[in-house]
Design a protein around this ligand. Structure first.
Ligand SMILES: Cc1cc2nc3c(=O)[nH]c(=O)nc-3n(C[C@H](O)[C@H](O)[C@H](O)COP(=O)(O)OP(=O)(O)OC[C@H]3O[C@@H](n4cnc5c(N)ncnc54)[C@H](O)[C@@H]3O)c2cc1C
Length: 393
């Protein structure tokens, strides 16, 4: 692959300045590749800067690499991510204990330590936990980081290595010669490229359609709330009661949880406004697991748009209709996976394959027989009201 720098293009253009695109750009820049990231807003303005910061994806083929890389990322990037290892999943009912079992089994199958804890052990690690907690699981592997700091760390690290980031620049289309993309058409003009990576979150499908391939992604709103700070607990990454979240290094509880609110894809960015019923519901569930924090005020809330594929698994693949284009969408677990997903995408671009994980689960061909009405069949239908929009390409 060429290593060159041109003002009108780059060897590799990455569309999307979320964690997937930025991590990919950073891995490419580390390998000496001339890379340019094109972002329609500012870096991290999508889900990447708004998520729960969880990095515990034991169901993913990228999990081992995710866990290997996270503890090193601050040093490798040269900027803080506020990564903290270890994770607890607590339960306040026997049913929630049962629901923790598949994750526990997956950890052990991969050879990573995991341990069932009784109520007292949970309260020792998580002093805010309720008296009525039943027990839970302790994961040695897994953790959490600060999404905004991490996005910024990737972006600065890309630039330190000579990579370029164009913000406020929307990709509108592509120039092609035969079955290759030769340039990216944007609101700031055309930029030529030898290779293209598209990691545009919920808008990935809109851009793939312009190249003649369907990447099925449905957008959904998810909310987060943040409380006033509380004394730091021995373990800050605590899930349970259908909530995910973390205690920040300053002591705030930052929590989110379903259900997803399905959105239409349109030109509006209304979908990133929080929904007050959902935020209140998250607060209620949080006070059920942490009743000692009931007196604490919520100081912020926001929403983000989660990208969802029909089977919940990421897509990382070359497009059959554009051989020099890799499309990636992470289906709601992209923050934690980002150190590993970026490395995998970089290797796919440079070598045509990933050396450290089997990416066959992420191929597009698995959707070959997908029904055109897959969203309706899954019940992922947005309500017919104003404001249910996810911003589009
Ligand atoms: C509330 C919430 C909580 C979550 N919690 C977790 C968690 O705890 N752990 C976890 O791992 N994941 C979590 N996620 C999911 C995670 O945030 C996403 O999977 C991840 O951020 C996806 O990153 P991305 O870079 O692929 O996409 P995005 O972050 O969506 O970035 C895509 C970027 O592409 C840009 N773009 C789109 N179209 C164009 C265009 N035409 N031209 C130029 N730029 C374009 C967008 O502006 C955007 O910045 C959560 C998500 C939300 C919303």
């Amino acid at each position: 692959m060429n290593v060159r720098q041109s003002t009108n293009g780059a060897s590799v253009i990455v569309v999307g300045g979320g964690v997937t695109g930025l991590s990919t750009a950073w891995w490419l820049a580390r390998s000496g590749i001339d890379v340019m990231v094109i972002e329609k807003g500012i870096v991290g303005w999508g889900a990447s800067g708004r998520n729960g910061g969880g990095a515990t994806h034991q169901h993913s083929p990228l999990f081992a690499e995710e866990q290997q890389l996270w503890p090193q990322m601050e040093e490798l990037l040269g900027y803080p991510t506020e990564y903290r290892p270890k994770r607890v999943r607590l339960a306040i009912s026997e049913q929630q204990m049962q629901e923790a079992k598949p994750g526990f089994d997956r950890m052990l199958r991969q050879g990573f330590p995991a341990e069932w804890l009784d109520a007292k052990q949970i309260r020792d690690l998580v002093p805010l936990a309720a008296e009525h907690v039943v027990g839970g699981v302790y994961f040695e592997r897994g953790g959490h980081a600060n999404p905004q700091r991490t996005v910024q760390a990737y972006a600065w690290a890309v630039q330190d290595l000579g990579g370029r980031i164009l913000q406020h620049t929307r990709v509108m289309g592509f120039e092609r010669r035969a079955d290759s993309v030769t340039a990216v058409r944007t609101t700031a003009g055309d930029f030529s490229c030898d290779q293209l990576v598209v990691a545009a979150g919920p808008q990935t499908g809109l851009l793939s359609r312009l190249l003649g391939t369907e990447v099925p992604v449905a957008p959904a709103r998810a909310d987060m709330i943040v409380t006033e700070p509380l004394p730091l607990m021995p373990i800050g990454g605590v899930d349970g009661n259908s909530l995910y979240g973390r205690q920040t290094l300053r002591g705030n509880l930052a929590y989110g949880g379903g259900p997803h609110e399905w959105l239409r894809v349109s030109n509006s960015s209304e979908g990133q406004r929080p929904s007050s019923p959902l935020a209140l519901n998250i607060a209620k569930r949080l006070s059920e697991i942490f009743p000692k924090a009931r007196h604490i005020r919520i100081i912020r809330s926001w929403a983000g748009i989660v990208e969802n594929t029909p089977d919940g698994r990421p897509v990382i693949d070359r497009l059959p209709t554009a051989i020099n284009a890799v499309f990636a969408t992470m289906s709601s677990v992209g923050f934690g996976l980002s150190p590993a997903s970026g490395r995998a995408i970089c290797e796919l671009v440079m070598q045509g394959k990933c050396s450290f994980a089997d990416l066959s689960d992420f191929r597009l061909s698995r959707f070959g027989n997908l029904s055109p009405s897959w969203r309706e069949e899954l019940g992922w239908i947005p309500p017919e009201s104003e404001g249910n929009h996810a911003s589009a390409a």
